[in-house]
Design a protein around this ligand. Structure first.
Ligand code: ISC
Length: 431
């Protein structure tokens, strides 16, 4: 048996083995507390919890990165597969704001079922508390796949936005454009919230399945009640390779007419205002990432990313890691990017604090996973909702969506854009 390197740090033992066939990951998730990360035929589902770490405040990313590094160093990992989602993995969600009331968490599941195309694996993770357990854990066979719980019937949720919150948002956009016109900022991203209620026994695998089936170019996630499907990759690191997808600039889709839809895409591609808004977002990621990487390259010009609800201007970034930074350390360097805060960052964050009458919680923070080598995938928590316990056997759902305000932004147009951005959530939780 190996002696723990640092007795103050929990010792986790992770054992990975192959699975026959490819399981339906969503169906394996816990119906009321799902832990899921999925895109097409890749992803993982966590079942149960081996360890939960919580963080708050301005140093939440750095503390999480350091704690995770220590846990990974102390861990006993038996992973012959070494694929994304095997071995020791934590899924996490981090608050947007430094002084948010929302907790940021890293959750290590008891079981992690991972799929990569046609192959699947299961990892069992135990916390080892004394030498006897270590010996027992070491002798365990590869775990069997847990049985999915039966599906509960789904009761549709309708979301509401109180009139005063819509008016506050419109007023916020006006004030943000005034700030920009005075030359104090170039871009400010403002958001608004809508809320709904859900029965306590609602099976959250229903909205997750809808998101995963519909938003194939997005990462569908569920971590600690934060559920959504985000198209924006904040950072992905694999064996020294780094990639990101920056989005900013949006038009609603027009499924009723191909011609109108193509027009919306072309307007987006040729609009100086949207290109300007997009450039700020790319620049913020390039600037933040540059000290940590070599050979940083971007797609030549922004391309149109087609999602079922919107068109986005998108830029893909690639690079190689310069030093041993973990994916969470890179998240710390990039967050908050101009895609969800603005330019310059400090002025935009101050404007968000003043103009948004709510705590964003985890919306527009980071959500993703990290493995024992520090590799992982983190997206910006967009197109999402936080599900939380409420009075009277119900749960409350708070969905958030926003957009970048630049010189010339029109409040009504921005409001319409948030309606399009809410669609993944309103449709997934709807009838
Ligand atoms: C802030 C959001 O989207 C960001 C990401 C893509 C496009 C955006 C835009 O066009 O404004 C936003 O920057 C959101 O979905 O709530």
């Amino acid at each position: 048996m190996r002696v723990p390197i640092n007795p103050a740090v929990p010792v986790l033992r992770a054992v990975t083995g192959p699975l026959a066939g490819t399981p339906d990951l969503v169906s394996l998730a816990d119906p009321s507390e799902p832990l899921l990360w999925i895109r097409g035929d890749r992803g993982c589902v966590g079942i149960g919890e081996a360890l939960r770490l919580t963080f708050t405040g301005p140093n939440r990313f750095a503390e999480a990165a350091n704690t995770w590094r220590a846990i990974a160093k102390n861990a006993q990992i038996d992973d012959p597969v070494q694929m994304p989602g095997t071995g020791l993995v934590a899924l996490g969600t981090f608050a947007f704001a430094d002084h948010s009331e929302a907790e940021s968490v890293l959750i290590v599941p008891r079981f992690l079922v991972a799929q990569h195309r046609e192959a699947a694996w299961i990892t069992e993770i135990n916390e080892i508390t004394n030498s006897t357990q270590a010996a027992e854990a070491a002798s365990q066979e590869a775990p069997a796949i847990p049985t999915p719980k039966p599906q509960n019937p789904w009761h549709a949720t309708t979301f509401e936005a109180a009139t005063d919150t819509v008016n506050q948002y419109l007023e916020g956009v006006r004030k943000a454009t005034e700030t920009i016109d005075r030359g104090e900022a170039e871009k400010i991203v403002l958001a608004r919230q809508i809320t709904g209620t859900l029965a306590d026994d609602a099976d959250l695998r229903t909205p997750l399945k809808r998101l995963a089936d519909r938003y194939l170019d997005c990462w569908t996630f569920a971590v600690d009640g934060l559920i959504g499907a985000s198209p924006e990759t904040l950072i992905r690191t694999t064996d020294g390779a780094v990639s990101a997808r920056v989005l900013a600039g949006t038009r609603g889709r027009h499924p009723e007419s191909d011609k109108r839809d193509a027009q919306a895409r072309d307007e987006l591609l040729t609009s100086a205002k949207e290109q300007h808004e997009h450039a700020f977002a790319v620049q913020s990621v390039v600037t933040a990432l540059s000290p940590h990487v070599n050979e940083l390259r971007t797609s030549e010009a922004p391309f149109p990313l087609q999602l079922p609800n919107v068109w986005h201007l998108a830029t893909d970034l690639g690079a190689t890691l310069k030093e041993q930074s973990s994916s969470l350390e890179l998240v710390d360097a990039i967050h908050p990017s101009a895609a969800i805060a603005g330019t310059p960052t400090a002025t935009a964050v101050a404007a968000i604090n003043t103009l948004e009458p709510f705590d964003r919680g985890r919306y527009s923070g980071a959500v993703g996973w990290i493995d024992a080598d520090g590799d992982g995938e983190w997206v910006i928590a967009l197109r999402c909702a936080q599900v939380e316990k409420a009075e009277g056997g119900q749960r409350r759902i708070i969905a958030s969506a926003g957009g970048g305000i630049v010189a010339g932004s029109d409040p009504e147009h921005e409001l319409g854009e948030t309606v399009s951005k809410f669609r993944p959530i309103t449709e997934a939780f709807g009838a």
